[in-house]
Design a protein around this ligand. Structure first.
Ligand SMILES: [Zn+2]
Length: 295
């Protein structure tokens, strides 16, 4: 399941509460005065209809707004601004119906494609392509589980062609889409639920690929979730392999993710998932290309 949230509402709430944002800064521009401000600006909050939210200083200036003399948004340090741009890309991706290409996102941020790739990798710690693929494949698994037809699921997920969906599909679903939609019929699934210092998660695999990943609040809830989704499969609660090695690698990942204090939980969770998948493929699947379908 993927998490989504209402970006505009989030921003308006932040502005009203003058929330102190850590590394997630964005700006608001006031249409009536032509000035743009930081979220914590001491000035009176304008009426909702008179403001627009803006991701970066460059964007605000390009749109013709002048920096406010009280909160001095243009004095923000440049490192933060890079982080803001990268996080804005994550937010745009999160609320878009389709998984946007790097070009589409860089256009929205008013920066060059080259600059975007560089900033994203530097600030998030993963290339945009890999990050977007995690989101795309989460949506795909989620849409297939909703019980819609496979054709509709491909469309709803935002694949621009069914070829892309079927590319490495066994590895992405752990089984054929038809089996996946039919509660994992005729498959054997190994699953585990693991506690760590970041977030409790579940992972389920077949011999072909990863069929499920989720975060949750309790082991029971995550286990029940798997039983519901794959009730026609043969479910085996553990992975028949070197689980100790897996846990050791997860400990390293957790340390790295927890150390990324600038990133919001949602972004950290995507990073975490990607790393868990990489480890699982390396340790348990040892197959060829897993990720191959976003430019
Ligand atoms: Zn201001």
């Amino acid at each position: 399941m993927y998490e989504s949230f209402n970006l505009e509402k989030f921003r308006w709430d932040c502005l009203q509460n003058k929330t102190k944002l850590k590394g997630e800064e964005f700006f608001y521009a006031v249409k009536t005065t032509g000035i743009f401000c930081r979220i914590g600006c001491p000035a009176k909050i304008p009426r909702r209809e008179n403001i627009i939210f803006i991701a970066s200083i460059q964007q605000a200036i390009k749109a013709g707004y002048r920096p406010c003399l009280r909160c001095k948004p243009d004095h923000i340090n440049f490192t933060n601004n890079h982080l803001n741009l990268a996080l804005e890309a994550c937010r745009i991706l999160n609320v878009s119906e389709n998984v946007l290409s790097a070009k589409e996102i860089s256009d929205q941020l008013s920066i060059s494609l080259f600059h975007f790739h560089r900033i994203f990798k530097q600030e998030i710690g993963l290339t945009y392509k890999k990050y977007a693929l995690v989101i795309l494949e989460n949506r795909m698994r989620y849409n297939l589980k909703l019980g819609v037809s496979i054709t509709n699921a491909i469309y709803d997920t935002g694949y621009n062609s069914s070829n892309r969906f079927y590319e490495n599909v066994d590895l992405k679903l752990g089984m054929k889409p038809k089996e996946f939609c039919n509660y994992g019929i005729n498959t054997t699934i190994y699953f585990l639920v693991l506690k760590n210092n970041f977030r409790l998660f579940s992972l389920a695999l077949t011999a072909k690929g990863i069929c499920h990943f989720n975060f949750g609040n309790s082991e029971d809830e995550l286990t029940q979730d798997i039983f519901n989704l794959f009730k026609k499969s043969k479910l085996i609660h553990r992975i028949n392999n070197d689980i100790k090695q897996f846990e050791n690698k997860i400990t390293e990942v957790v340390a790295e993710i927890v150390g990324r204090k600038n990133l919001p939980l949602q972004v950290k969770s995507i990073l975490f998932q990607k790393k868990i998948f990489d480890i699982a493929v390396e340790l348990f699947l040892k197959q060829g290309k897993l990720y191959n379908c976003i430019e």
